[in-house]
Design a protein around this ligand. Structure first.
Ligand SMILES: [Zn+2]
Ligand SMILES: [Zn+2]
Length: 303
């Protein structure tokens, strides 16, 4: 029995994990969210999914990993519950998520403004259309992501709004000095943030705004050697992907602040680790973990 299990396990590890990311802005009855969460938890456990699912009155946002068969079942589940949904597929040789979790949220992407409710395709450009427009027309390209993401890479010449969190976007849109008579092309990682950011721009009086459908990830799939420069931050253990969508060789998550780090240090405990350039300025953070940082802090206090 035990060896049979081991065989199954080895087999599972040998074939890469399938990953499916999706979002859908579909109204969900607030009273039904708790039951939906329960159902999703059971469903995921039954077919051994890992990943994170966010559900909210405005819809669903999920990145889920599992066997190829399990991902097929997952897609059928999502389509049944939320209607036709576009999935972004990828593969990973290693584990992507530690566990299966389903969370109830106010929003599936945190603009901190529930009055903005995307509905249906609105001013989308496919990667092909996007490529054509940025090469042919005079446009402003606007990055809707956070500062630790733009620091790793962005579209050539893109405006960086300098956000620490996406919740700051509405304020940026309202106080922005960007000209209202120019065409603005917006993008984010996978497209979901732009669904809201574009509406926030419209609410602030921008009329000629468009969003990149499927975000940077869809663009790189089509144009790896196009206008996107550097790496693209992703919200899983890969930290970032390069222009060919391969896991980053440059960045690791800084153990002190969680931002991407590319500064290799050797901790007093002997471990090597990459930390971010901001934390590198702090002596106590020349360490491999929060725990070692704490120890070092105590040692320094005693001196
Ligand atoms: Zn840091
Ligand atoms: Zn250490």
């Amino acid at each position: 029995m035990a060896s049979e299990y081991r065989n199954i396990y080895t087999l599972a590890m040998a074939s890469p994990l399938s990953i499916a990311a999706c979002y859908a802005f579909v109204p969900v009855d607030e009273a039904a969210l708790a039951a939906l969460r329960e159902d999703l938890m059971l469903f995921g456990k039954k077919i051994q999914l890992q990943g994170l699912v966010l559900i909210a009155p405005e819809g669903v946002n999920a990145t889920v990993a599992g066997s190829a068969e399990a991902i097929q079942e997952w897609k059928a589940y999502v389509t049944e519950h939320f209607g036709p949904t576009v999935f972004k597929d990828s593969k990973s040789e290693g584990k992507v998520f530690r566990r299966w979790s389903v969370k109830i949220k106010e929003e599936i992407v945190g603009l901190k403004d529930t009055s903005i409710r995307p509905a249906g395709r609105h001013r989308h450009l496919s990667p092909e259309e996007w490529q054509e427009v940025i090469n042919k027309e005079e446009v402003i390209v606007l990055d809707a992501r956070n500062d630790y993401e733009t620091a790793l890479g962005k579209f050539r010449g893109a405006v960086d709004p300098g956000l620490r969190t996406f919740g700051e976007f509405t304020e940026f849109a309202q106080s922005s000095a960007l000209p209202k008579d120019k065409k603005i092309l917006m993008y984010c990682t996978g497209g979901i943030r732009c669904e809201k950011a574009l509406l926030a721009m419209e609410a602030a009086g921008y009329e000629d705004v468009y969003q990149l459908e499927g975000g940077i990830l869809a663009y790189l799939e089509r144009f790896p050697e196009g206008e996107f420069e550097g790496e693209c931050f992703v919200f899983d253990h890969r930290v970032a992907v390069d222009q060919y969508l391969r896991p980053s060789q440059i960045y690791d998550l800084c153990p002190h602040c969680g931002d991407p780090g590319d500064q290799m240090i050797e901790c007093f405990c002997g471990k090597k680790k990459k930390i971010c350039s901001l934390c590198q300025k702090d002596d106590v953070c020349q360490t491999c973990s929060k725990r070692c940082a704490g120890e070092l802090r105590q040692k320094l206090a005693r001196v």
